[in-house]
Write a protein that binds this ligand. Structure first.
Ligand SMILES: Nc1ncnc2c1ncn2[C@@H]1O[C@H](COP(=O)(O)OP(=O)(O)OP(=O)(O)O)[C@@H](O)[C@H]1O
Ligand SMILES: [Mg+2]
Length: 283
């Protein structure tokens, strides 16, 4: 659940008002499009959800977290509940598809066997199992975005957030990517997609929230507003040892360039994410 109550936010650097008394509630399992002109505040809205910008007034809740009160050491846990997809994919060029997706799980100390299972599952979900060994430059634009989506999904986040995920894609690929978000939503994830492509928005029956000058000026529900969470995204499938070996083969051999930066996330690294998710669900 994501809830904004009378939220205002301005950027400290230039005083630009990005959000102005925003009230909105997004329930678990919903699919919401956020639309609006350039500079309207769409990315700022997402930045607040991700805990990247502090609000000036009001309250923001993301599941059990009150973001006005969230502590710096809690931010890694907030971010693990969120799968984030960007317009420019942001894949690591020197890593294979497999490693781009596995990377986030390695950082949090997950064992390789479990990683292989999860990576395999999400690659299948985005229909890229056969590209595990490829490097990003060997993929089409649409394939790159599908890898980025697989990476966002691999940690089984409750919420998928995408900022203009089709901004670099032609209309056909854009439709395909949006259908993929549809599928992910049908598997139970809450999906929030920022886009200015109204033509694309019209092809789907989802709630549409319009932001203008930092304010929500319209909030139109999906026509068939019976969007139900079905099941968790990462239903892991059992695979044969041969398939697993094949995937292990896809790992980038030279791993020396992988530098895990010491930052605020360090404290959280050794903790079991499932345990945390469970405890958050209980709370
Ligand atoms: N890092 C920043 N520092 C200062 N001002 C910012 C920053 N990011 C955005 N703004 C300002 O905040 C307002 C909202 O910007 P935001 O990036 O949320 O718009 P947007 O709706 O995502 O636009 P676009 O469609 O162009 O991505 C704008 O006036 C913008 O200039
Ligand atoms: Mg933006």
């Amino acid at each position: 659940m994501i809830e904004f109550r009378n939220v205002s936010m301005k950027y400290k650097t230039n005083g630009a008002v990005a959000l102005d008394k925003v009230n909105v509630k997004i329930n678990d399992g919903e699919f919401v499009f956020i639309v609006g002109a350039s500079g309207a505040g769409k990315s700022s809205f997402l930045n607040v959800i991700m805990g990247q910008e502090k609000i000036d007034s009001g309250e923001v809740y993301v599941n059990s977290y009150n973001l006005r009160k969230i502590k710096k050491r809690e931010l890694p846990y907030l971010r693990r509940m969120l799968g984030i997809v960007f317009q420019d994919f942001r894949l690591i060029p020197k890593m294979t598809v497999y490693d781009n997706i596995a990377f986030a799980l390695r950082v949090i100390g997950m064992g390789e066997r479990k990683i292989t299972k999860r990576v395999r599952y999400v690659l299948k979900l985005v229909d890229l199992s056969e590209k595990a060994k490829n490097f990003p430059h060997q993929l089409s634009q649409g394939e790159r975005q599908r890898v980025a989506i697989a990476r966002a999904l691999v940690n089984n986040p409750a919420v998928i957030i995408a900022d203009e995920p089709t901004g670099n894609l032609d209309p056909v690929l854009s439709g395909e990517i949006m259908s993929l978000f549809d599928k992910i939503n049908a598997l139970g994830a809450t999906v929030v997609v920022v886009t200015h492509d109204l033509e694309l928005v019209r092809q789907f029956d989802h709630r549409i929230v319009t932001i203008e000058n930092g304010r929500i000026v319209s909030d139109i529900p999906a026509k068939a507003s019976a969007e139900q969470p079905v099941k968790a995204v990462a239903e892991e499938s059992e695979e044969s040892d041969a398939e697993e070996a094949e995937l292990e083969d896809a790992q980038t051999s030279d791993e020396e360039y992988i530098e895990i930066q010491g930052d605020e996330d360090d404290e959280a690294i050794d903790i079991d994410i499932d345990e945390i998710k469970e405890s958050m669900q209980e709370g």
